[in-house]
Write a protein that binds this ligand. Structure first.
Ligand code: ADP
Length: 263
């Protein structure tokens, strides 16, 4: 497998304090990588760096063998699509209009979508089961429906890399599984590289090939779920008392929270 991302000694700060410190890791093409860590540990900041919304003050990010700094915005958008945490829409665009926005990086400067763009959008909407409400307003949809629309928009961008920021945080358990199943299908059937930030440790353990655990802006550990999701790491990084055993259905690690009095 070849590498799609290489982060070499990346440091980033918004103001005075370093928020990401000496981050180095690589992402393989076609991998489903999870990023976990407590609130404020730098997960969203790291995702923004991977999309070059933010530029690190030190270190280098290489994407597909190119320095991310030197690539034009439009080219990045042709390669990387982002599903944001809480998409906000104040204007009642139709679902189809929202999905077609994904074609923007592929259109000429004043271009309108053509037949090919519509057919790419439609395919993405069928895949995410959003075509049936294509005429509805984005503002009317439930959280799970809107999340699927955002994934359809990202796919319409025809990216190689999909970055998702807490895609399941506002969803009930059924929709959490539905979204993650969809993401994994896209990963395996289309070879999309997927990087997903989540604070749901069990969901990450279940779906991700490897997991990066961040702690106060540093990589605490990176590896398979079995190596990263341990009671020791969760105690050290989250300060949480947990029981980690094995999910009998999937063999992935399974985390159970313990009360202070428990065990
Ligand atoms: P996480 O996603 O793990 O919760 P974030 O990357 O959102 O963490 O935040 C990491 C740190 O950076 C936090 O201390 C947060 O307050 C700070 N931070 C995030 N966004 C900004 C910003 N736009 N300006 C200044 N500080 C920020």
């Amino acid at each position: 497998m070849s590498k799609i991302y290489e982060l070499n000694e990346v440091w980033f700060r918004y103001y005075r304090d370093w928020i990401l410190k000496d981050i180095s890791f690589q992402v393989e093409k076609g991998e489903l990588l999870g990023i976990i860590g407590p609130n404020g540990s730098g997960k969203t900041t790291l995702l923004r760096i991977l999309d070059r919304i933010l530029i690190p003050q030190r270190g280098k990010v290489i994407v597909d063998c190119l320095d991310l700094r030197g690539i034009r915005r439009r080219e990045i958008a042709q390669m990387v699509a982002v599903v944001p945490q809480e998409p906000q829409f104040s204007f009642p665009f139709s679902v189809l209009e929202v999905v077609l926005m994904g074609r923007a990086p592929h259109l000429r400067s004043v271009g309108f979508e053509g037949k090919k763009d519509y057919s790419i959008a439609r395919r993405a909407m069928e895949l995410t089961d959003t075509w049936r409400f294509s005429a509805r307003s984005i503002t009317e949809l439930s959280g799970g429906e809107r999340q699927r629309v955002m994934i359809a928009r990202a796919l319409t961008q025809e990216p190689e890399i999909l970055l998702l920021d807490e895609p399941t945080s506002h969803l009930d358990i059924n929709h959490q599984v539905e979204i993650m199943d969809l993401v994994r299908d896209l990963n395996t059937s289309r070879g999309l590289t997927v990087i997903v930030v989540s604070h749901d440790i069990n969901l990450s353990a279940e779906y991700c090939d490897r997991i990066v655990m961040l702690s106060e802006g540093e990589v605490h550990q990176i590896g398979g779920a079995g190596e990263v999701i341990t009671a020791r790491n969760l105690q050290d990084v989250y300060g949480a008392k947990v029981l980690v055993d094995t999910n009998p259905a999937s063999s992935a690690p399974r985390v159970t929270l313990l009360s202070r009095e428990g065990l």
